[in-house]
Design a protein around this ligand. Structure first.
Ligand SMILES: [Zn+2]
Length: 483
């Protein structure tokens, strides 16, 4: 089934994303069969190639490398790159100076960052990069036994994802040939969950692929109302779920969940293997660095910096994903040396609680902001603070004070009221910058109601670094390859 889809169906039906798919998958599999030392060498060579390309063709990086007196051909993967961090704001400010002059802009593919942490930013990818990312995504799915063409039910769907291909022909292709069934997840209430359940029992998918919080809500619903069909694979992504939610899902379905890590900006770059000891960041697709920013009782917290090895159209070098992570103390028992993240802390997306007791996941507000933010001229960042049921406090920062500001604030309130299906009481607060959490993360939704306390914030107590502390990251780095 898989070969038929990867060699024929996908490349023919969707050449833009899947052109040359079979060869790309072969390359990734060959990479995985190499001995560790060679994999490290290959990753380092791929890093140098990208950096040299960036130096030669991207004005922003040429200046940065020169300022840092950095020779890209000598970059190493066993130590941090001596370069500044690329923030999402830099993408806003740098504009076309971040694009590679090796491509015509019209040959690049435009995308927008996810709106879960601030208003979205546009960025570009070259088409080879896009196809390589898609191949890596499919390959990581295969780690979980999910192969192209397997029947899958996807529980999510920002409006954009669902309306992109609305034609009946597309739906036929999706449902009949690819066996992909999507279920939008806006407001999560019993009515929606019942609709999910009916589709699920009708289509009997092999794979359930969902946002963490949606999957947890679905599992709780099935536990209460019963289920006949059992999936063979569970994959969850986007958002962080505490231990109890994961335990609930796994006990209801009787299967371990595969946690996948990705974002619009860098694509799907990390996944759990069969051992479920943490998320591996695949060295074929990215070079990740862990920047220490604080401590928990469980160990240090790091900011996740990604150098994308696949996008040559607009290179992302030391890109701040906005996510904070903890690292595993030891290598995974599967034997891969690939960087191993124990837990992603940074995506606690509190939901908004409605008067009728239902909850709207924060990620849905992110989807809404993503759509709207593209047209904003004044508003740069927003944060929704739930003060009580029915009361939302909107914090916002502006790019500049203009006449558009009032109108844009109005449109945000209107759109969120519409999304939530009720009129909230709104209060507004202009700030210079949305404040960061103690973890370093900027959150889109914050609940100040007792029952909705963050699942991880109480565990954090950043303090001075212990004198002889050797971080897992350092230990991993010490095992790196020599140049
Ligand atoms: Zn592993």
């Amino acid at each position: 089934m898989s070969t038929f889809h990867t060699h024929f169906v996908l490349p023919i039906a969707e050449p833009e994303r899947y052109g040359g798919l079979a060869g790309r998958l072969r390359q990734i599999r060959e990479f995985e069969r190499l001995p560790e030392k060679q994999q490290r060498r290959t990753q380092q060579a791929r890093l140098r190639k990208l950096l040299e390309h960036a130096y030669a063709t991207v004005p922003h990086y040429r200046k940065q490398f020169d300022d840092a007196d950095f020779d890209p051909s000598k970059a190493r993967t066993d130590r941090p790159l001596p370069l500044p961090v690329l923030h999402r704001n830099d993408l806003r400010k740098a504009g076309s100076s971040l694009l590679s002059t090796a491509y015509r802009v019209s040959d690049l593919r435009k995308a927008a960052s996810s709106g879960t942490t601030s208003t979205p930013v546009q960025f570009y990818r070259d088409i080879e990069g896009l196809r390589n990312k898609t191949a890596l995504n499919l390959h990581l799915n295969e780690w979980a036994d999910y192969y192209a063409g397997d029947s899958v039910m996807m529980l999510w769907g920002t409006h954009r994802d669902l309306t992109m291909r609305p034609s009946w022909l597309w739906r036929l292709y999706e449902e009949t040939t690819m066996h992909r069934i999507s279920a939008p997840s806006g407001v999560i209430d019993d009515e929606i969950l019942e609709r999910f359940r009916q589709r699920y029992e009708k289509h009997r998918p092999k794979v359930l692929y969902a946002y963490w919080t949606v999957l947890a809500a679905f599992a709780a619903y099935l536990q209460k109302h019963g289920m006949k069909h059992r999936p063979k694979v569970l994959i969850a992504t986007a958002e962080v779920l505490g231990g109890p939610g994961r335990k609930l899902i796994e006990s209801v379905f009787g299967l371990p969940v595969y946690d996948h890590y990705g974002s619009r900006d860098v694509g799907m770059i990390g996944a759990e293997c069969r051992k479920h000891e943490g998320i591996h960041f695949h060295p074929w697709g990215s070079y990740v660095e862990f920047d220490p920013i604080g401590y928990t009782p469980d160990g240090p917290i790091y900011r996740l910096l990604v150098t994308d090895l696949l996008n040559y159209g607009q290179p992302f070098i030391r890109y701040d994903t906005g996510d904070c992570v903890t690292l595993a103390d030891q290598l995974c028992s599967c034997g891969h040396w690939f960087p191993l993240v124990k837990q992603v802390l940074g995506r606690v997306a509190d939901g908004i609680l409605l008067p009728d007791g239902s909850m709207v996941p924060g990620i849905m507000l992110g989807g809404q902001m993503e759509q709207m933010g593209q047209t904003f001229r004044a508003i740069a960042q927003v944060q929704f603070v739930q003060k009580s049921v029915g009361h939302l406090h909107l914090r916002y920062a502006v790019k500049e004070n203009t006449k558009f500001q009032q109108r844009e604030l109005e449109s945000i309130r209107g759109a969120i009221d519409l999304l939530l299906g009720c009129h909230m009481r709104w209060t507004l607060e202009q700030v210079v910058e949305i404040p960061r959490e103690v973890s370093g993360k900027i959150r889109l939704c914050v609940s100040e109601m007792q029952s909705q306390a963050s699942t991880f914030a109480p565990r954090l107590h950043p303090g001075p670094k212990p004198d002889n502390f050797q971080s897992p990251a350092n230990r991993l780095r010490l095992r790196g390859v020599a140049s």
